[in-house]
Structure formats: structure tokens, C-alpha cells
Ligand binder design. Structure first.
Ligand code: SF4
Ligand code: SF4
Length: 344
């Protein structure tokens, strides 16, 4: 297999066989020989050592190098750890950027991060198209900011951010791979250490790769509070149930929300709540206009109005309204979350 073919075949492994940028990113990270080894995964350390006639120490070193660079994901099942080749574009995007940011390898991390930026500008749409075809229940969803819905008696555990953290076996935080570059460039001033992982497997990965920090419950709550202040939209993968991860991001930095808001892809479900404005209390100060990243609020005739068709149900406008004129109203049934007849 030629050098070019190896990188192209690996791009196919992450479901981007026609990508221009993914083979270039891989070429910066691994040699063609490494690429051929990656194509042979999954393998355990012992299997890798036997296949390449080397010691287990050398085999482990090479497999760990792949994992640190974010081109392989180690998974442990029934006491046996195997290294898998990355299998989708979000996985390789996040893992290689985390490896670069945390300087888990040399060389040239920033060059790779820049290439990902180019990928997002030119090829990301293909991935969004694939995501749009998933069934509604498999789409991610917005979760309302905790302080804006905490007193609603109909709030389920899966919509209550504090309860979600409380029910998680473990919590860890990592840098947001979408927003980090924009913050470095000075085009975004929001915090980046805000992506919350909530499963034992993902937290073990974070600890092993040294790419984040394990949090206490109180520290997790502090991240939620910081995100409310900063105006970060809480979202989770999967429409229903206990989330495995909480993403706190913004438009246009989030690679998924930008597709939804700026390009009209139907990707993530809004929450079951809409913001509503009380015309009696509104002073037309317009604070809410910049808080809403979905263009859902207008101030007309000195009164704020929320467009139901655009409101994503994040609650960020409610938090900063100085007159308490905005509140969250439950407007969608449970079936909106379960996918049994999703509602707009
Ligand atoms: S922030 Fe509150 S008071 Fe100000 S315009 Fe918006 S709804 Fe009205
Ligand atoms: S109006 Fe905008 S900021 Fe307010 S809840 Fe809806 S989407 Fe969020």
C-alpha cells in the first residue's frame, strides 16, 4: 500500500474517505508504517508484540504513543485492554486536539489544530449531513440552564443539570476542543475548561491521557455556575436519559450548534422549555439580545418578544435579565425527549 493510500484508508476509518484535510493531519502525526499498524487494530499489547515480533515493553510504548496522539482509543473489556483505531470524525477531532493542547506528544501541535480549523471551515458539512440523518431520539439535546428551571416541579432528572451530576458515577472536566483555538486567537472570551465527562470509562481515559481533571460534585456545580455566567449553552448527546457527557458551548464556536444556527441543519433537539417575556416587567434594556445566540429575541415597541420557532430553550437570557421579565415555561411533552413523536 502506497504512503498516500495509507492515510486515505485511515480517513475512511473515520467515515471521511474523500477528505482532503484528514490525511494531511494524519501525515503530521504518524508515519506510513505507523498508519499500517493502526489499520491492523484492535490489538492488545501482547497481540501487538507477537504480530510485530517485539517486546511487550516496546509494543506498549508504541500503542500508548498512538493513544496520546489521539489516533487510537484504548478500551478495557473483561480485564483485557485493547487499542482501537479511531472510528469516527468527532472522536479523532477531539482526541487529536486534546493530545495537542496538552502537549502529550511532539511535534507541532498548533499546526494540527490549525488544520482542524480548515477542516471545520471546508469539510465539516459532510459530517453534519450524516448526523442529520440519525433518528430524532439519537440527536443530542439542549438542557436548560439549571438556575432557570430548578423550581419547576415537572423537571425530570434528565433535565436537571445538578441531578445529572449527582447521579453520575464520576465527573471530570476537559478543555473544549471546539472553542480552544478561537480563545487563543482572541475571537472568543469564554472559558474553555468546561466539557464534563460523566462515565467511568471516559474519565479513566482523561486521567490516563492526563488531559483533564477529576472533579468533586461541588466542583462540578461550580463549572455549571461559571457556564451560566459566561453564557455557555448546555447540551448532551442522546435525547433521553442520563447523559454520558455535558457539552457547554456557544455559537459559532461549537461545531454542531454552528451547523444548526448558521446553516440550518436539523441536528440537536431544543429543550422542553421556551423563554417567555413578561411585557409588564420588560424595560427594553436589550441585555437579552446579546445573550441569545439563536436570534430568538426581538425588542419591538419597547417590549422584548421571544420567537418560539427559534428559541432553543437554554435559559441564558433569563439569567441576566435585570428586571426578571424573562422566565422558562414548560411547553413540550416528555415524548419530545424520548423521540416518540418529537415536537418542534
Ligand atoms: S433583558 Fe429583560 S428587561 Fe431587558 S429587554 Fe430583555 S426582557 Fe426586557
Ligand atoms: S430566547 Fe434564546 S437565550 Fe433565551 S432560552 Fe431561548 S434560545 Fe436561550
Amino acid at each position: 500500500m502506497s504512503e498516500k493510500d495509507v492515510y486515505v484508508e485511515l480517513a475512511g476509518k473515520v467515515q471521511m474517505p474523500n477528505s482532503r484535510w484528514i490525511p494531511m493531519i494524519l501525515k503530521k502525526l504518524i508515519t506510513p508504517e505507523d498508519g499500517r499498524m493502526l489499520l491492523e487494530l484492535p490489538l492488545s499489547v501482547d497481540e501487538f508484540a507477537a504480530k510485530y515480533k517485539t517486546t511487550t515493553g516496546e509494543a506498549e510504548k508504541k500503542l500508548e504513543e498512538f493513544a496520546n496522539k489521539g489516533v487510537s482509543i484504548p478500551l478495557e473489556k473483561e480485564g483485557v485492554k485493547k487499542y482501537f483505531c479511531v472510528s469516527n470524525v468527532i472522536q479523532i477531532h477531539d482526541a487529536t486536539i486534546h493530545g495537542a493542547l496538552n502537549k502529550n506528544y511532539h511535534p507541532i501541535p498548533m499546526e494540527i489544530v490549525e488544520m482542524w480549523k480548515n477542516f471545520r471551515e471546508t469539510e465539516w458539512f459532510e459530517t453534519l449531513k450524516m448526523m442529520e440523518k440519525l433518528p430524532t431520539a439519537a440527536h443530542g439535546r439542549c438542557i436548560p440552564s439549571w438556575s432557570t428551571v430548578k423550581d419547576n416541579p415537572e423537571l425530570t432528572d434528565f433535565e436537571n443539570l445538578k441531578t445529572i451530576l449527582k447521579n453520575s458515577p464520576v465527573i471530570a472536566v476537559v478543555d473544549c476542543p471546539c472553542r480552544w483555538l478561537q480563545v487563543q486567537e482572541g475571537t472568543c472570551d469564554k472559558p474553555t475548561f468546561t466539557c464534563l465527562s460523566l462515565t467511568k470509562g471516559s474519565v479513566k481515559y482523561i486521567v490516563d491521557r492526563k488531559i483533564g481533571k477529576v472533579l468533586t460534585l461541588e466542583e462540578g456545580y461550580a463549572v455549571l455556575e461559571e457556564c451560566e455566567k459566561a453564557g455557555l449553552i448546555p447540551t448532551a448527546g442522546g435525547s433521553f436519559g442520563q447523559p454520558r457527557q455535558l457539552c457547554m458551548c456557544s455559537v459559532p464556536e461549537c461545531i454542531i450548534l454552528r451547523g444548526q444556527v448558521m446553516y440550518g441543519y436539523d441536528l440537536w433537539n431544543r429543550s422542553r422549555f421556551d423563554a417567555v417575556a413578561d411585557p409588564e416587567k420588560c424595560t427594553a434594556c436589550e441585555t437579552c439580545l446579546s445573550r441569545c445566540q439563536f436570534g430568538a429575541i426581538q425588542v419591538k415597541d419597547n417590549v422584548a418578544e421571544v420567537d418560539r420557532n427559534k428559541c432553543f430553550g437554554c435559559g441564558l437570557c433569563v439569567i441576566t435579565c435585570p428586571s426578571e421579565a424573562l422566565s422558562m415555561k414548560l411547553v413540550r411533552p416528555m415524548s419530545h425527549l424520548t423521540g416518540e413523536g418529537a415536537t418542534a
